[in-house]
Design a protein around this ligand. Structure first.
Ligand SMILES: [Zn+2]
Length: 176
């Protein structure tokens, strides 16, 4: 009963993390593999984060009403530079309970190419959300009283300048 039919699209051989709709109609489909940094267009997103290792995924997809429900795990190791001391360290991003609903109907419906649905854009979007915003080599590397969430205007200046700036700001306020 098993047949290995070749689809009409020429991209099939190149595409990974893609699902055939005809397979989904038969039942849940499990996928496991790796996606390269190039596959996911994750190169040079952030000067403090280098993506050199592939992303590992292990997911199950199934049809649910008009959606494809995908659930599983995503994992990628990042070469980070600490925002504080600039030391390099490896940070592994793991999304253990990833899930997403890919609509097949309606305004936001996914593009189906030759019966194939590409999961890469969805994986990319959600793994990026899990990337560290301010990579730190260790939690205590952040000195007390220092907050990266504080005034973003004072961030690029060195401390002396920042202090001077705030002094002037205080004076300006007094003048008003
Ligand atoms: Zn550090």
């Amino acid at each position: 009963m098993k047949s290995f039919e070749i689809s009409n699209t020429c991209e099939v051989g190149l595409m990974s993390a893609a699902i055939y709709l005809y397979q989904l109609r038969k039942g849940p489909v499990s996928l496991e593999g790796e996606l390269s940094v190039e596959d996911l267009e994750l190169e040079s997103l952030d000067e403090l984060i280098e993506t050199s290792a592939p992303l590992h995924y292990k997911v199950t997809a199934e049809l649910f009403n008009q959606d494809i429900l995908v659930q599983g795990e995503l994992r990628i190791s990042l070469d980070c530079h600490c925002v504080r001391c600039l030391d390099s360290f490896v940070h592994t991003v793991e999304v253990m309970d990833w899930s997403c609903a890919i609509p097949l109907k309606g305004e936001d419906k996914v593009e189906v190419k030759g019966d194939l649905v590409d999961l890469r854009p969805f994986i990319r979007e959600d793994i990026l959300l899990a990337f560290p915003q301010h990579p730190l080599c260790r939690p205590e590397c952040q000195p007390s009283g220092y907050s990266v969430e504080s005034d973003p205007k004072s961030k690029p200046l060195d401390e002396a300048e920042a202090e001077e700036d705030s002094t002037w700001a205080e004076l300006d306020k007094l003048k008003l």
